[in-house]
Design a protein around this ligand. Structure first.
Ligand SMILES: *Cc1c(COP(=O)(O)O)cnc(C)c1O
Length: 411
């Protein structure tokens, strides 16, 4: 993110390091640009699991049509900041009885059903509560484009119902009491930076939806296209052109809709997490110590994998690549550093052989693209350090949203 506009040094002095800063103003600007490029039959959903910080969740509310949740915890967090369950889609391969009941009793808009067991559980709960629960059937497609580096579909996986069994599952779903089938959901993979593959993936989803809709003579209220829009985390990767991407996906959906009357009133959903927020967060640390050892210069930070796990390469990377990292306290000549966190484990390696301005004790080292799956996907209590505070820039003002907390807070 463009953190030059923030005075990170004074923020770090005031709030102490390590800490996170998110720029919601920039995130909202990007969400608006994407929205503006899409036809009106496409709705944008924010995926809460990428970053469920209170202000992030609430600031996206006026910008998107709905929220994709993955647990009853997210349901509660979102309700607490003003979201209505009537715009939420709930997906996930293992939803407990308790979670289903909490969601159904609160009039969740759509439950994405991922197995026949779940369908039957939801049915029993809906009947007991005297409700009818709208569902999409989540289908795991037989194939997914190879350009999706992280795959949830197109391979044996715990997600959704295999395409080969989808007709059989739909046959049961459409006659299950307490359940109303309103569409189809496919989320086959993510972090794709290739617009043509995103379009191809949307086409694949539309084809699956078409087969099921025709076979069972449905008029679907929604087709959830997933999304999988990627973020350029690594050197050499280019960001996608938001307007061109939105236009390409939009044209594909519009052409499909025009030639398929059963979909004339359908809403097509894109559920995006990382694309919406990853680029708009930084993790800010300070150098605690510098060690020259066996030909390498180690910068030992006051923060590490316990706060920012993906930077270590352990969150879905096959080969460890460095996140964008800078020494924000200095300019000039880079030299190779091993950048490590303070934890007593060799996997607390935040960047390897990375060129940085020569790091000295007290320097600020800043990790970029840490708005998604960073605080949210880190083992915060490992080694019982304090959790990092989260600050958010919103409507031109920066505020502390989630404070630093000692491990004892969670005891
Ligand atoms: C996690 C998830 C998303 C969001 O993925 P991103 O990579 O953050 O865009 C969307 N849909 C479902 C069903 C998910 O589980």
């Amino acid at each position: 993110m463009d953190f030059a506009k923030l005075d990170l040094e004074s923020i770090a002095k005031e709030h102490k390091t390590p800490l996170y800063v998110y720029d919601m103003d920039a995130a909202i600007a990007q969400a608006r640009a994407l929205r503006a490029s899409l036809p009106s039959c496409i709705d944008l959903l924010y995926c809460a699991k990428a970053n469920a910080n209170k202000v992030v969740l609430s600031a996206f509310k006026p910008e998107v049509a709905g929220l994709d949740i993955s647990s009853a915890g997210e349901l509660d967090l979102a309700i607490a900041v003003g979201w209505s369950p009537s715009v939420m889609s709930f997906a996930g391969p293992g939803k407990s009885e308790d979670e289903l009941e909490r969601a159904i009793s609160k009039d969740l808009h759509v439950l994405s059903v991922e197995s026949l067991t779940e369908l039957r559980r939801a049915s029993a709960i809906a009947i007991r509560l005297g409700k009818t629960q709208s569902i999409t059937l989540r289908v795991n497609p037989a194939s997914a484009p190879k350009e999706f580096p992280m795959k949830m579909g197109g391979l044996p996986s715990q997600f959704g119902i295999p395409e080969e069994q989808a007709e059989e599952a739909m046959a049961e779903a459409v006659k299950t009491p307490g359940i109303k089938v309103i569409g189809v959901h496919v989320f086959s993979g993510t972090n794709c930076l290739e617009p043509s593959a995103i379009v191809e993936n949307a086409r694949g989803t539309l084809a699956i939806a078409e087969r099921l809709v025709e076979k069972f003579a449905l008029t679907p209220e929604i087709v959830n296209l997933g999304g999988g829009f990627g973020v350029p985390y690594f050197p050499g990767q280019q960001p996608m052109d938001v307007a061109a991407l939105g236009k390409a996906v939009g044209e594909t959906v519009l052409a499909f809709q025009e030639s398929h009357p059963r979909f004339a009133k359908t809403r097509f959903l894109l559920e995006l997490g990382r694309f919406m927020i990853a680029e708009f967060g930084v993790y800010v640390t300070r150098v605690l110590d510098v060690k020259e050892t066996r030909g390498k210069r180690f910068a030992i930070l006051d923060g590490g994998m316990h706060h920012c796990f993906p930077a270590t390469g352990n969150f879905g990377q096959v080969i460890k690549k460095n996140f964008p990292v800078v020494n924000a306290s200095r300019t000039g000549g880079g030299e190779p550093h091993e950048v490590v966190g303070p934890l007593c484990t060799p996997i607390d390696s935040m960047a390897r052989a990375i060129e940085l301005s020569r790091a000295e004790i007290g320097d600020l080292v800043v990790f970029d693209r840490c708005g998604a799956y960073s605080y949210a996907a880190s083992p915060l209590l490992f080694l019982s350090h304090d959790t990092p505070p989260e600050l958010v820039l919103h409507e031109g003002k920066i505020a502390l949203v989630r404070p630093r907390r000692p491990a004892s807070y969670f005891q």
